[in-house]
Design a binder for this molecule. Sequence first.
Ligand code: KG4
Ligand code: ZN
Length: 359
Amino acid sequence: MAETITILGLESSCDDTAAAVVRLTDGRADILSSVVAGQTELHAAYGGVVPELAARAHAEKLDLCVEEALSGAGVALSDLDAVAVTAGPGLIGGVLSGVMCAKGIAAGAGLPLVAVNHLAGHALTPRLTDGLAFPYLMLLVSGGHCQFLLVNGPESFKRLGGTIDDAPGEAFDKVAKLLGLPQPGGPSVESEALRGDPRRFAFPRPLLDREGCDFSFSGLKTALLRARDALIAEKGGLTVQDRADLCAGFQAAVRDVLAEKSRRALAACNAPSFAVAGGVAANRSIRAALKDVAAETGAEFLAPPLALCTDNAAMIAWAGIERYRLGARNGMELSARPRWPLDTSGPALIGSGKKGAKA
Ligand code: KG4
Ligand code: ZN
């Protein structure tokens, strides 16, 4: 008999409310539906995600997203094997909204509940999209996360390094703000950088002088602020070329740091494949540099499609399937966790990003 598992996934740990249905049939994964309701406009005036507003919006939107995901997939609750939900890490109000919604559905429909770590959702995505075999190295680079994970199994992760302050996407967003460019900052800085000279400003490559695979991006952002202020003091303002050169210099510094640390992480773990996820992986210059690093070591390079690199519920449903197959079931006592490191053997990372606590 064919093994078929169909799971509804819910995601609400940051500023995206999402629901999706994923089905595994004899080893083949199909995303039957994936609905994402973003909150960018809701938080636009505040320069970051406001946790209370986010939580209320999740609570309002979750049931609508679930309805849309079920009807889009053409399945009823009775066709599901389980409900998977992000139970952390993230903004607590949002995670709570998702966990309560999932408990309600599970209790009402008599379905098992499976808790998923949001970072595991990202880390397992290359298995959903490409059936990637374990082990592999994952670099998660977004507005809220920055870490290397050696993925050995659905519940077996080793963190090889991470940021000790800002996440790179957060640094791109802050740089855009400092230069008066629109949010989200990553795409605006990238397009300015295309016309800029990356060598005009000698920005630092933080932590390259230190062993290991940890990152720091907040000093880089301060270096850009100083360079901007020096130009303004000298000439009274920035020219279009100044702005492009600042963006190009900043992007090159982030790229160089991510590439060199990836080289080290690959050498340390000797994994046959290297995958990236997170919004920053959309940056063409960074992506190309990471691909080159993988090629240097002979590792296969994988970058899931952008819609599955950024926050979504298909990755949660998929991670739910992986845990469900291992027999994982959670009860009604499941609680939401603002912090939930994937690798509990490693030292905790410090700092809290624009998009919540880093794990
Ligand atoms: O994964 P994501 O959609 O959301 C979370 O952070 O969870 O990532 C969003 C981040 C933002 O900080 C955005 O500025 C950054 O990814 N980003 C980029 C690019 N596109 C998005 N950063 C650099 N270059 C890009 N092209
Ligand atoms: Zn995420």
